[in-house]
Design a protein around this ligand. Structure first.
Ligand SMILES: [Zn+2]
Length: 411
């Protein structure tokens, strides 16, 4: 038996419940067996337990990033060039990224699409103990129309029967959920402002995913694609953009927002992508007129995304936190920045933490294992210096990461 007692200044359990002052969390063989406020009652501490004390820190559930691309480097590399790399490079990049996330206190990742079966190879390697990384929830290849967004990953399929077969192929490879590109995106030549699949194809995909006992998430950058997804009964919408033309103009649709809220599907807004592009461009001392125009456009888009986030929130939409790490300049430790943007968009600090813990765990289908610190849960717990409810930036000051009861597992 291995037993650890974690002590800290306070604990946020991920459920949205009251903060526990001066907590003691008992972890035995990788699972939480007790959570005490104040002193541990006589006889309640397991014999020989190791005590780890973080007197200035807050304990939280390990964070969950519900939208990443493990295959991609997040360093601004050209997407179409990068995806020409051989499988071995994509697997190595993915292992590296899963480790970067873990060190940042992100103990679970939902991958939103990689090439071939590379993401399954990564999970297998981690399961064999080859390195350390966050828990992985995988979709394999994102299903996309012929010529569609992220087609290089191998997920092209068309027609009602074609998309059903592709969903079954992903399930056969080991997909935990089905991911679909409902519009174009950052892949050159695709159209972000128009639905890609037809309404009946999206319906078939949602039906097939659910028949296979899996959730389905749809990448949607225009209102009509959100309407298709909601109509089909999907579980999650990625990005939830409202583009109306090729120039990047957006037009929020309050009716679609209300339908989305009523459907119960969660939205993963991925606003950090724009923030990191802006930071990168602002760091350049001199910009050409074209670069300045591009920077201005990204700034406008981020403002619009925040306004749309507020609109969705007012309509009653629920959110899970995700960054799109790997894409453009978005690194695998960027989740706290996403939470700060969601806070800027009107969520309380506690609500942002829920979006990256219990709500995200539910979206990943992991709510019985992780996402909250309660008796019986697997011990994915982090300690951060300071109080994230007073200052979300504290989430960047990670003092300890525990995954399945193991402390700082990358060492
Ligand atoms: Zn993505």
């Amino acid at each position: 038996m291995s037993a650890v007692i974690l002590k800290a200044r306070r604990l946020i359990d991920g459920t949205g419940g009251a903060v526990v002052e001066h907590p003691a969390v008992v972890v035995v063989d990788g699972k939480v067996t007790d959570v005490f406020e104040g002193a541990i009652p006589d006889g309640a501490a397991p014999a020989g337990a190791e005590v780890l004390a973080y007197p200035e820190a807050t304990l939280l559930p390990g964070l969950i990033d519900a939208h990443v691309h493990l295959n991609l480097p997040g360093d601004g590399s050209d997407f179409t060039a990068w995806v020409q790399e051989p499988d071995g490079v994509l697997v190595a990049a993915s292992l590296h990224n899963a480790r970067v996330a873990l060190k940042a206190g992100i103990t679970a990742l939902r991958d939103c699409g990689g090439r071939g079966d590379t993401t399954f190879q990564v999970r297998r390697a981690l399961d064999l103990g080859l390195g350390a990384g966050a828990r992985l929830v995988l979709c394999g290849q994102p299903i996309t129309i012929t010529g569609g967004h992220c087609r290089y990953f191998g997920g092209e399929a068309d027609g009602v029967e074609g998309v059903r077969q592709k969903a079954r192929e992903m399930a056969k490879l080991g997909a935990d959920y089905i991911k679909v590109m409902g519009t174009g995106g950052g892949t050159p030549g695709t159209m972000s402002w128009l639905p890609s699949f037809r309404r009946e194809e999206i319906r078939a995909l949602a039906d097939e995913a659910h028949r296979l006992g899996r959730k389905i998430g749809i990448h949607c950058l225009c209102a009509e694609s959100i309407d298709y997804a909601v109509d089909a009964g999907v579980d999650q919408i990625e990005h939830a953009g409202f583009l109306v033309d090729a120039a990047g103009k957006q037009q929020f649709d309050p009716l679609v927002a209300i339908q989305l809220a009523h459907s119960g599907a969660v939205v993963c807004p991925t606003m950090a992508v724009g923030l990191y592009v802006i930071n990168k461009m602002e760091a350049k001392e001199r910009r050409t007129a074209a670069e300045q125009a591009l920077l201005d456009r990204w700034r406008t888009m981020l403002e619009e995304n925040l306004a749309q986030f507020r609109g969705l929130r007012e309509a009653g939409v629920r959110f899970v936190a995700g960054t799109d790490a790997g894409w453009r300049f978005t690194p695998f430790d960027s989740l706290p920045d996403e939470l700060m943007l969601m806070h800027q968009g009107g969520l309380s600090a506690m609500e942002t933490i829920i979006s990256a813990t219990s709500a995200a765990a539910k979206a990943l289908g992991l709510e019985a294992k992780v996402g909250t610190i309660r008796t019986g849960m697997e011990a994915d717990i982090i300690a951060v210096t300071g109080d994230p409810l007073a200052e979300l930036g504290a989430l960047k000051r990670v003092a300890m990461v525990m995954k399945a009861g193991e402390v700082n597992p990358w060492i």
